[in-house]
Design a protein around this ligand. Structure first.
Ligand code: ARG
Length: 501
C-alpha cells in the first residue's frame, strides 16, 4: 500500500512511471528552506489563532527545526515517491514527530497555496541576485566611461559609419539600458512579494487563519488577497521571465558589439586573455567565446518565457498540475542570466579599447558630413534639404576617396564647385570629429560635458539601486530572524503571546 499523504481514497500504489513523470522534487530542491520557513510561519499562526495548541506547536517546530538542520547539513534527502518538497517535509515531520502532530500542520493549508508561497519566496532571492549581477556590469560600464567622456569613438547606424561619438557615450548608453532592466526586475519583485498563503486549496478556509501574520513572518510586503487568484495565477512568473528575457536581449546586443569590435577588421577592442578562448587547431586564434555564449544563451531566456506563456494559456482558474512546469524554466533562466551579466562585467572591466584606432574610425567614411550640412543651414541660410543635397553630391563625387573630408582645402574646393564659397579655415572645425562631438548641444547628446552629466546621474541611480537591493535583502533577513526568534522562544517554553507582541 502506498504511504502517500493523500492515499486514503486509493486502493493501489502509484505506478513507478507516474511517480517519475509527476515529481517536482527536482525543481523543489531549490526551495526547501522556504518550505520549512513557510511551515514554521503557518504553524505559529495556527497556534496564535488557537487552532492548534501551544504544546502541539512546540512539537511541530522541533520537528521542523530538525528538518532544517538536516537540510543545512545537506542531509535532507527529497524522495521522489513523496512527489514534492511539501510532502517530503510533512512526511519527515510525521516520521519525526508522529502523525498526530505532523498532520496538524496542514490544517487550513493546501499544497496549492504552499507551492505558490515557496516559489515567490525563492524568486525574491533570485531576483535580487540577478539585480546584483546587473549592477556589477553597470558599474564596469560606468568605470569604462570615466576618463573616456571625450575619447573619440565611431558611431554606427546599420553598422555603417554614421557620426562620431565618444567611448564614454557608448558605455553610458548600455548603462542606461541596464538601469531600465533593473527597474523592470524591481517591478517584478513588487508583484512577486505578495503572500498567497492562507488561500488554501482555492476557496480560502473556514479556520480563522491570520493571513497578515503569516505574510509578516515570511517577509512579504502584503497579503495577496483573492484566494482563487492566489493559487491560479502565475503572471508574476511571466513578468519576471519577461524582465529576464528583455535583459538578456539587451545584453546580447552588447555581446554582439564586442564580438564584432574584437575582429581585426574593426580592431576597436582586445579582450583580456583570461576572458577569451583559443582554438584546438589554429594556434593563432583568440576567440570571444564569453560574449558569444552570452549572445547564444539568450535563446534559453526567450525559450523560458515562451514555455511559461504556453503553460499558463490553457489553464482554467484553480490549481492545475500544468503549473508545476513553472520552475523548470524559471530556475534555468535565472541560472543562465546571472553569470552572463556577471561575466560581461568582468569582460568589460578587463578589455582594452584601442583609442587610436577608435579616433581614426570616428571621422572615417565622411562621418562629419552631417555637421557640414548643418553648417550650410546655419551660415548660408539654406534649408536642411538643400544642404543635405549639396553635401550628398559632394560625397558622391569623392566616394572612392573616403579620406577626402580629412582635408579642409579639398572640401572648400568641392564646395566652390557646388557654388558655395567657404574658406578652408572655416571648414576645419566641421571636419574635426573632436570638435564635432564637442559641438553637440542637446540633452543626452554625445558632447563630453553631457556624457559627464549622464554618468553622474547614472552613478547616483546605481547607488540608489544598490541600496534598494540591500534594503530588500535586509527586510527578508529580518523577517527570517523574527520567525527564528519566535521558533526559538517557543522551543524554550516561552509563551507565544509574548513572543508575538
Ligand atoms: N508539486 C506541485 C507543484 O509543483 C504542487 C502541489 C500541488 N499539487 C496538487 N496535486 N494539488 O506545483
Amino acid at each position: 500500500m502506498s504511504n502517500k499523504l493523500w492515499s486514503g481514497r486509493f486502493s493501489k500504489p502509484t505506478a513507478k512511471a507516474v511517480e517519475e513523470f509527476t515529481e517536482s522534487v527536482s525543481v523543489d530542491a531549490r526551495m526547501v528552506a522556504e518550505d520549512i520557513w513557510g511551515s514554521e510561519a503557518h504553524a505559529i499562526m495556527l497556534a496564535a489563532q488557537g487552532i492548534i495548541g501551544e504544546d502541539d506547536l512546540r512539537v511541530i517546530l522541533r520537528g521542523l527545526e530538525r528538518a532544517r538542520e538536516l537540510h543545512e547539513a545537506g542531509k535532507l534527502k527529497l524522495r521522489q515517491d513523496r512527489e514534492d518538497v511539501h510532502m517530503n517535509v510533512e512526511s519527515y515531520l510525521i516520521e519525526e514527530a508522529g502523525i498526530e502532530f505532523g498532520g496538524k500542520l496542514h490544517t487550513g493549508r493546501s499544497r496549492n497555496d504552499q507551492v505558490a508561497t515557496d516559489a515567490r519566496m525563492r524568486m525574491r532571492v533570485e531576483i535580487l541576485d540577478t539585480q546584483e549581477a546587473l549592477l556589477h556590469l553597470q558599474a564596469a560600464l560606468l568605470e569604462l566611461a570615466t576618463g573616456n567622456e571625450a575619447t573619440l569613438f565611431p558611431g554606427f547606424t546599420h553598422v555603417q559609419h554614421a557620426q562620431p561619438i565618444t567611448l564614454g557615450f557608448w558605455a553610458t548608453a548600455h548603462a542606461s539600458v541596464l538601469a531600465r532592466d533593473f527597474e523592470r526586475l524591481s517591478g517584478a519583485y513588487d508583484r512577486v512579494n505578495r503572500c498567497p498563503l492562507g488561500a488554501a486549496a482555492l476557496a480560502g478556509s473556514s479556520f480563522p487563519l491570520d493571513r497578515k501574520l503569516t505574510a509578516k513572518l515570511l517577509g512579504f510586503d502584503s497579503v495577496l488577497e483573492h484566494a482563487l487568484d492566489c493559487v491560479s495565477s502565475r503572471d508574476h512568473t511571466l513578468e519576471t521571465l519577461s524582465a529576464l528575457a528583455i535583459c538578456a536581449s539587451n545584453l546580447s546586443k552588447l555581446a554582439e558589439e564586442l564580438v564584432l569590435w574584437s575582429t581585426s577588421e574593426f580592431g576597436l577592442v582586445t579582450l583580456d586573455d583570461a576572458y577569451a578562448s583559443g582554438s584546438s587547431i589554429m594556434p593563432q586564434k583568440k576567440n570571444p567565446d564569453v560574449p558569444e555564449l552570452v549572445r547564444g544563451r539568450t535563446g534559453r531566456l526567450y525559450g523560458a518565457l515562451v514555455q511559461m506563456l504556453t503553460v499558463v494559456k490553457g489553464t482554467p482558474l484553480g490549481y492545475n498540475r500544468d503549473l508545476q512546469e513553472d520552475r523548470f524554466q524559471l530556475w534555468m533562466a535565472f541560472d543562465a542570466l546571472r553569470p552572463s551579466l556577471h561575466l560581461m562585467g568582468d569582460v568589460i572591466a578587463t578589455a582594452r579599447f584601442d583609442t587610436d584606432r577608435a579616433a581614426e574610425l570616428a571621422g572615417a567614411e565622411f562621418a562629419c558630413a552631417t555637421e557640414l550640412a548643418n553648417w550650410l543651414v546655419r551660415q548660408r541660410g539654406l534649408s536642411f534639404r538643400e544642404s543635405h543635397e549639396i553635401v550628398g553630391k559632394l560625397v558622391g563625387a569623392v566616394a572612392d576617396a573616403p579620406d577626402a573630408f580629412a582635408d579642409a582645402g579639398r572640401v572648400a574646393e568641392l564646395m566652390s564647385q557646388a557654388g558655395i564659397e567657404a574658406a578652408a579655415a572655416e571648414l576645419v572645425p566641421l571636419l574635426d570629429p573632436a570638435r564635432v562631438v564637442a559641438g553637440y548641444r542637446t540633452t543626452g547628446s554625445t558632447a563630453p560635458r553631457e556624457v559627464r552629466r549622464m554618468m553622474r546621474a547614472l552613478a547616483r541611480q546605481a547607488e540608489r539601486s544598490r541600496a534598494d537591493v540591500e534594503s530588500r535583502r535586509s527586510r527578508e533577513w529580518s523577517a527570517r530572524q523574527r520567525t527564528q526568534t519566535v521558533v526559538r522562544g517557543v522551543l524554550a517554553g516561552e509563551g507565544l503571546g509574548d513572543l508575538l507582541a
